[in-house]
Every structure is written in C-alpha cells, then in structure tokens.
Design a protein around this ligand. Structure first.
Ligand code: T5A
Length: 216
C-alpha cells in the first residue's frame, strides 16, 4: 500500500467540503492518483445508512444506534472503497472518518472512548489516517456559515451550541495527544490562507512518500 489516507475533520461549517474540492484539484495538478469520499457515506450502502443517520425526523435515535450505524457505514466504506483504492496505490481523501465518532458519539453524546475504541479495533484492525486536517473555528462562526449557505438542516445540525463546543474540544484534545498525525488549521482565516496551510502539509506528505502510519 503506497497510497496515503487523508481525513478532514471539524465542526459544522468549518470548510471541509470546500477544501475537499481544493485538495482534489491540487492533487490532480501534482499528478497524484487519488479519490475523494466522505463519511458517513462513500458507497451505495453507506450512503443509504447516511440517509438514516441524518434524517431529522428520527429524533428517537439512540446514541448506541447512532454509533453502530456510523461503524456499519464505515466497515462497508473501508472494504468496498478505501482499502481497494489504497491497494492500487491511490491516495484517499475523506470528508470525516473515525475522529468524528470520538468527537460526536464520544465527547458530545457521552459514549465512552473505550467502547468506541473496541469497535474501532474490530472494524479497522489498526488502520488509521496518515494525516488528519482539523478545521478549527468558533462554533458560532461555523453555524453562521451553515445558515448563510441556506438549505435544509440535518439531524445533527439541530443540536445546540454546547453539543458542538464538546465536539470542538474533543478534536483539539485528540490533536494535542498525537501532533504527528494532526494538522490543526485556523479555519476562521480567509480561505486562501487556510488553503496555503493545507498545501504546506500536503507537500510534506508528497515529499516523504514512504512515511505512513499504517506501516506499509
Ligand atoms: N458524524 C459523522 C458523526 O456524528 N460521527 C461520525 O463518525 C461521522 C463520520 C454529517 C454529520 O455526521 C456527523 C457529523 C456531521 O454532523 P457532514 O456531511 O460532514 O457530516 O456535515 P457537516 O459537517 O455538517 O458539513 P458542512 O457542509 O455543514 O460543513 P463543511 O463541509 O465543513 O463546510 P463547507 O465547506 O460546506 O463550508 C460552509 C460555508 O462556509 C464557506 C463555504 O463557502 C460555505 O458556504 N466557507 C468559508 N467562508 C469564509 N472563510 C472560509 N475560510 C471559509 N471556508 C468555507
């Protein structure tokens, strides 16, 4: 496996989707064979699970159900799309992955990190992103961006600000504990500055193709 696995994380409206498109264009310009994808989702079955997870009518959904559906979508996504692409030497860039589970289902919903780690180990067998960008910004700034973008809100976007404050804090804690994997970006900066920071990190990865957390 010589491909890299890059994930984008952050609270709502932090700019992940916008910068996923930017990273896609940048990698194409560099001639890097890659795919972009997202979680929950990325395959037909995982996108069907996403519909259930984001449906704002499902207010009765239990935290345990939410957690298991996130990992059900991820198991399918990994085996059907991420791992085969990496085996072909492609880079894979995903809008969210398991850090989101620790932040949302763990810190914000209150499921223990030990329980999440148990399922993570079973589903991922040690597989981890090579690098993770955390788009960090004040929660209210992100929510205002989502509101000004318009469109319908999903089940998560209906949560209160305190929920997203916990999510933000969890991401920052995870980054602090493993700084070699995470790049925390100040996502409140103008977009061109955020993207200059992204390019700097991607260039490092490109210059060191043998360095990978997955050890292959
Ligand atoms: N989830 C997911 C879990 O609970 N557990 C899990 O394990 C996983 C994988 C769906 C939900 O699922 C949850 C988390 C989520 O709530 P999602 O589809 O990624 O996840 O949904 P959102 O995070 O809600 O995605 P958004 O589209 O709302 O946010 P983005 O992608 O971060 O923001 P983006 O790029 O659309 O930007 C928002 C607006 O801001 C502007 C953009 O143009 C856009 O209009 N913008 C900027 N403006 C000024 N300056 C900048 N630097 C800007 N960057 C972007």
């Amino acid at each position: 496996m010589s491909g890299k696995f890059i994930t984008l994380e952050g609270t709502e409206g932090a700019g992940k989707s916008t910068n996923l498109a930017f990273i896609q264009d940048w990698l194409s310009e560099q001639g890097v064979d890659h795919i972009v994808t997202r979680e929950p989702g990325g395959t037909e079955i995982s996108e069907a699970i996403r519909e259930v997870l984001l449906n704002k009518d499902y207010t009765a959904m239990q935290s345990e159900t939410e957690l298991l559906l996130m990992f059900a979508a991820r198991a399918q996504h990994l085996k059907e799309k991420i791992l085969p692409a990496m085996e072909q030497g492609k880079w894979v860039v995903s809008d969210r992955f398991t850090d989101a589970t620790y932040a949302y289902q763990g810190a914000a919903r209150g499921i223990s990190y030990e329980r999440i780690a148990e399922i993570e180990n079973w589903v991922q067998q040690g597989f981890q992103p090579d690098t993770t960008f955390i788009f960090d910004l004040p929660v209210d700034v992100g929510m205002a961006r989502v509101a000004s973008r318009g469109g319908e809100t999903d089940r998560f976007e209906q949560e209160k600000q305190t929920f997203f404050e916990k999510v933000r804090e969890a991401y920052l804690n995870r980054a602090e504990k493993a700084p070699q994997r995470y790049s925390v970006l100040d996502a409140s900066q103008p977009l061109d500055q955020v993207q200059a920071d992204i390019v700097q990190r991607l260039q490092q990865l490109l210059d060191n193709p043998t360095v990978t957390l997955n050890g292959q």
